[in-house]
Structures are given as C-alpha cells and as structure tokens.
Write a protein that binds this ligand. Sequence first.
Ligand SMILES: Cc1cc2nc3c(=O)[nH]c(=O)nc-3n(C[C@H](O)[C@H](O)[C@H](O)COP(=O)(O)OP(=O)(O)OC[C@H]3O[C@@H](n4cnc5c(N)ncnc54)[C@H](O)[C@@H]3O)c2cc1C
Length: 409
Amino acid sequence: MQDVLVIGAGPAGLSLAAALAKTGLAVQGLALADPAHPWPNTYGIWVDELEDLGLVQFLEHRWKDCVVNVNSGTLPLHREYGLLNKDRLQTHWLTQANKHQVTWHQGKAVRIEHLTTHTLVTTEAGELLTARLVVDATGHRSALVRRPIASELAFQAAYGIVGQFSQAPTDPQQMVLMDYRDDHLTPAQRREPPTFLYAMDLGNDLYFVEETSLAHHPAISMEVLRQRLHQRLRHRGIAVESSHHVEQCLFPMNLPLPDFNQRVVGFGGAASMVHPASGYMVGAMLRRGPGLAQAIAAALGAPETTPTEVASQAWQALWPADRVRKHYLYLFGLENLMAFDGPQLHQFFAAFFSLPTDDWAGFLADSLTLPEVVQAMIGLFGRASNPVRLGLMRSVFSHGHLLGRTLMS
Ligand SMILES: Cc1cc2nc3c(=O)[nH]c(=O)nc-3n(C[C@H](O)[C@H](O)[C@H](O)COP(=O)(O)OP(=O)(O)OC[C@H]3O[C@@H](n4cnc5c(N)ncnc54)[C@H](O)[C@@H]3O)c2cc1C
C-alpha cells in the first residue's frame, strides 16, 4: 500500500508530493489533468523570500524599483520583487517526484472513506486509490477537506493584460505593487469599493497591468475591473496595442480554517493558507511544505501511531497554535482594509509602507512572531492618520472577536 496520496497538481500538490517522496515515503498523486499541464496563474513573490529558501534560480523577472502609488505620492519600497518562472518550477518538482518514484493518476476525487488502517479515495470514473494518509491539495474549493461554512467570503479579484501599449504603463524596469490613485474615477465611482493597479515592465516592450480588488464581499465583477483598467489607462493616455494574455483572478481571502480533527490533511489553498491581508500564498507554501513532509514522515514511521494521530500531527505541523493566533490577527487586518474608504486606504498604506521594511515585509510574509506582529501593528497605529486610527478603533468593537481568538486560540 502507498503511504500518501496527494490530490491536486498545482504548486501545493506538486511541491508536497516531491517533498514527501524525498523523505522516502511511497507517494502517489491524483490530478484532474496531466501533472505536467501548465499552471494557469502568474505567481509573484518577494525575492528575499526565495533567497532564504535557496530558490532564486526559479525567478523569471526581478525588479529592484518597486513602488506603491497613493494620492499623496509615490512610496519607494526598497525591497526586490520577482515573478516566478512557473514552468521551470513545475518541471523541477515533477522531476524530483519522478526521481523518487511518485506515480500519477488522472481523475477527479469525489469520495473518501476512512478505514481503520488506511483511506480509500474514489474518482469520478470509479477508480479506487488507497493510502495510509490522504493530502488534499485541490485549491481553495477543496474537494475533500472540510471546514466551517463562511458567512461572508471576501474575494480578491483581478483582471489583467500582458501586452504592448502605446506608452509605457510603468517607469522602465519598474514594478508597481499597488497604484491606488483614483483621479481617473468619477465622484460616484470614488464612493464604490476601491481597486488598484498592479503593473510591471516585463522587458522587450511588454507590460503586465492588472486592476485588482484587494478583498471584497461579494467579489468585484470582472467586468467592473476590466472597465476600470481601461478607464485608468485611458486617463493616462495609454492605449492597449496588443494583448498577448488575459488573466482573470478570483480567490477567497478569508476561507475559514479547516477542521484540524479530520483524517484528510490539506495543503495550499485547501488548507486556507492564503494570507488574509495580502492574498499571497506561494512563499508560505514553500516555507511550510518541507516541515509538513517531515512531520508526516515521522508520524507514519512511528508504528504505534494511528491514522487519526498521523493526520492530527500533520495539521499541528502546518497550523501550530501560534500560527492560528496570527491568522486571526491578519483576519482582523483584512476586516479593517475592507472597512476603509478611499482616503483612509491611501493613508493606511502610506503609514504601512513607512514602517521599517522588516516589519511590513514580515507582516506580509507571516514570518514575524506574534509579539512582533503586535509590535508592528502598534507602530502602524502610531504612524497612522487620525481617520485611520479611528477606523482601527471602531474595528476593535465590530471585529473584536478576531482579536479575542488571537489571545485565546
Ligand atoms: C490568477 C491567480 C493569481 C495568483 N497570484 C498569486 C501570486 O502572484 N502570488 C501568490 O503567492 N499567490 C497567488 N495566488 C494565490 C494562490 O497562490 C494560488 O491560488 C495557487 O494557485 C494555489 O495553489 P494550490 O496548489 O493550492 O491550488 P491550485 O493552483 O488551484 O491547484 C489545485 C489542483 O488541484 C486539482 N484538482 C482540483 N479539484 C480536484 C479533484 N476533485 N480531484 C483531483 N484534482 C483536483 C487541479 O486540477 C489543480 O491541479 C493567485 C491566485 C490566482 C487565482
């Protein structure tokens, strides 16, 4: 019998299948399509996150000139950003997985049954797969991982174009993390939920421009984002000359944490690993995958450990109590971001990106300890304008339960 069945062949599934197989476990994978089928999304990440992991060779583009634009001006970020070469990363993990004899099945997981010593997964076509542990890495709409039903899911949504333009949408060799300037909007549009431009110079006259809603419930529609992108570009006198690729992005920011007592283990979107205040996940996945694989290998290697205990130890490795506490603090941050009006958002980001780089970088990467996150938030409060402080204080009353979970989880 196989030790682990990993379901899903996105970044989470492939990276974990490779990491598990490297520990010596017998691993099989199940995915809807060939695991070599190209991933659809473009992944951005801060270069220092990859440097720490020794993975910078998987970057396709790097930008030293990274900025945030708000109505009051441009904020230089003094931190290098990159786009992953997703094909190279995918090939790397597939090669690793193949080297360690991971076998792949194609199909859609539809049913799971836990027996005393192992678990059975049935595909839509009726294929039956057996393993001592099942990892669900099927993304944000997980196939098997159970979680509480969310009352109000907030979505990050974006509409982007890779193409050529009549004028450069950014400065040469620049990456714009957020351009929140709203001088192109009508007064009525300025009262609607704010959106920003994420943009980068890809070289050879090619640019990526994406109108993004950081988080909103319900999701901002693609049509609104598309219109806003063109309105913004038009206002700056920029026309799209050719469009090579259109990206439509939609994923939940505050998916509830899974039930940690279930026998299926999740990873990636399926394990609610998206950072609730930024929408980034790839860095966290790269950092936490090897530790999760080691914890699973150790638990499966202990003869007395029951399958329920193996799953529980895996969930513990992925979501230790301290990380759960921080997660609620980030959810509190998300609620604030969604409650701010346009001017408050501008003032908030001006204060946030004027924090010491280690503080805002650590907040976004979830690499600070809980006391450090609290310290950074206090620092932010100190720098923020009065309207932002007022918004934050109001939020303590309306979303205090999230702060309570930070203290009590
Ligand atoms: C357009 C877009 C852009 C993003 N950009 C960034 C970014 O720049 N940086 C960042 O950090 N994060 C980004 N994210 C957020 C997050 O990192 C991605 O959503 C990421 O793809 C999640 O990885 P995953 O492997 O968990 O899930 P997915 O990439 O969704 O992969 C899921 C896999 O499971 C398979 N599957 C699904 N259901 C079944 C089933 N029932 N049976 C078998 N297989 C199944 C799918 O075929 C797929 O192989 C972005 C998200 C989107 C949507």
